[in-house]
Design a protein around this ligand. Structure first.
Ligand code: ATP
Length: 245
């Protein structure tokens, strides 16, 4: 039999403000060690799916009304966001959400809030090795460029030493060159550090170029899934998500 996936989302339904049904029986699996892409157009419910996993729904009046989420064999829906981080899941939010009036170093230290060990300095050096540019930026994080803020957001996630990183649209607002750089780093995190990654993207092409497998969602449900190569070759995916070229 197949080994149990690291993360399993089982038939979840999510409602905002008691009325708006956004996820309608969504299921997906993330095997340990993989990069899994979650693709779909605007408003399909991709960000909501990530928040349902990380426990961040509650702060937006969202609730899982049916189904469950399991991580390493344990049910995590209903668990608080900080406890979910402690279990090994870290979400890199859309729009990056770095703290503008703190320095790069202070932002990185925030990522390590769950840790008690003394390796934090080493881990900051490790982040700088991945993102040398961050080391040069000694001022407030608010002065970083969009690309640098994205790097800082990923660096902050690395500081938590997560088993699973949830990434919400890392390509958003970045130039093609920076997209390439950031996705190169995502692949490196996965290969070198063994971090499992669930990647939400509207840029299907770049997501499928680094992912092992993927899911396509529409209106709160998965409509197609398969290996990244299989999806990239699918005629519907090509037409609706990959555009020309
Ligand atoms: P995008 O790429 O635009 O973020 P998405 O696929 O990530 O799209 P979601 O952000 O999950 O989609 O939103 C799915 C639906 O849920 C949308 O119709 C959105 O308007 C609605 N929605 C999202 N957040 C809330 C909220 N806090 N309260 C009410 N409705 C919400």
């Amino acid at each position: 039999p197949e080994p149990a996936p690291m993360l399993a989302v089982n038939n979840i339904e999510v409602v905002y403000n008691d009325v708006i049904l956004v996820l309608r029986g969504l299921s997906l699996k993330v095997p340990q060690g993989q990069i899994v892409a979650l693709l779909g157009s605007n408003g399909a419910g991709k960000s909501t799916t990530l928040k349902a996993i990380s426990g961040l729904l509650k702060s937006e009046d969202g609730v899982i009304t049916r189904g469950d989420v399991t991580f390493l064999g344990e049910r995590i829906n209903g668990v608080s966001p900080d406890q979910i981080v402690r279990r090994g899941i870290f979400q890199v939010m859309e729009g990056r959400r770095i703290i503008a009036d703190m320095t790069v170093m202070e932002n990185l230290r925030l990522g390590a809030f769950i840790r008690r060990d003394n390796d934090i300095k080493n881990d900051i050096e490790r982040v700088y090795a991945y993102f040398p540019r961050l080391k040069e930026r000694t001022g407030l994080a608010g002065y970083l460029s969009g690309g640098e803020q994205q790097m800082l957001a990923i660096g902050r996630a690395m500081m938590a030493r997560p088993k699973l990183i949830l990434m919400d649209e890392p390509s958003m607002g970045l130039s093609p060159l920076l997209v390439k750089e950031v996705f190169g780093i995502i692949r490196q995190l996965n290969r070198d550090l063994g971090v499992t990654i669930l990647l939400v993207e509207q840029n299907a092409r770049v997501a499928l170029s680094v992912a092992d497998s993927g899911y396509i969602m529409e209106q709160g449900k998965i409509v197609l899934d398969g290996t990244a190569a299989h999806l990239a070759a699918n005629e519907d995916v090509k037409e609706f998500y990959l555009g020309q070229g």
